[in-house]
Design a protein around this ligand. Structure first.
Ligand SMILES: *Cc1c(COP(=O)(O)O)cnc(C)c1O
Length: 231
């Protein structure tokens, strides 16, 4: 199938799964994950209606940010080292992968210098996989409260979750449920810099299940662009 057909098919599937979900979750944002893809492929995806691009490495994001001329929103979805925050702070629409107070502090400092408010998501690691970043669900609230207390140039917009890679997405449904329940509980917190409206979960292999469990942003690479040589 062509890229255009892939995107159309994904949008159909998103719509189908969203019908089974709680309507309060709202529309589902499709973020095209473009790691290893060329600027030309990104421009092509944008021409087919993609508005949001996800990259997981700072240098790759910066290179493509310079080369892609169409207007699009850039999302940092991968692990972010503190010493690289400065390079992306004024380029990304949202950082999905905040999982420590020290990283948040650096984002706050750099956002302050740049005169902006950084939108972030807290990355939650519900399965406790050693290979993945993210805070344990039970640590998320304390991290959020500390960021709200101390980081005035950060707006917390929601949670991000990456489930273990499995053949059958039903095996990881309960992780999505757990993160959704955490997201709902956090919804009771009140703070001017807490504006929870993004639940970023679901990738090519599991986005249907993630949406049924409440995701309203999905990060999809392979199903749009085909397979990659590396993760
Ligand atoms: C690569 C990646 C994705 C997309 O994965 P696909 O299986 O190719 O859809 C989503 N989120 C993150 C954080 C990624 O690194």
């Amino acid at each position: 199938m062509s890229m255009k057909e892939n995107i159309e098919e994904i949008r159909r599937q998103i719509g189908r799964h969203a019908e089974k979900a709680d309507p309060s979750c709202g529309d589902v944002l499709l973020i095209a994950v473009t790691k290893t893809r060329t600027p030309e492929e990104i421009e092509e995806a944008i021409a087919f209606g993609i508005t949001d691009i996800g990259e997981n490495k700072v240098q790759e994001l910066l290179d493509k940010y310079d080369q892609v001329t169409s207007k699009v929103r850039w999302h940092m979805i991968g692990h972010l080292q503190r010493n690289k925050v400065r390079q992306i702070i004024d380029k990304v629409y949202m950082i999905h992968s905040v999982d420590s107070f020290r990283l948040a502090q650096e984002i706050d400092r750099r956002a302050g210098v740049a005169g902006l408010t950084a939108r972030i998501l807290i990355q939650v690691n519900a399965a406790g996989e050693q290979s993945k970043f993210g805070v344990a669900p039970e640590e998320a609230q304390a991290l959020i409260e500390r960021i709200l207390d101390e980081c005035e140039h950060i707006s917390i917009r929601g949670l991000m979750h990456m489930a273990p890679l499995v053949d059958d997405p039903e095996e990881v449904r309960h992780y999505f449920t757990e993160v959704r329940q955490l997201y709902d509980r956090l919804g009771a917190l009140r703070h001017p810099r807490l504006d929870l409206n993004v639940l970023s979960m679901g990738m090519s292999g599991d986005f249907g299940v993630a949406i049924e469990e409440g995701a309203n942003a999905v990060r999809i690479g392979t199903s749009i662009f085909g397979g990659r040589d590396y993760q």
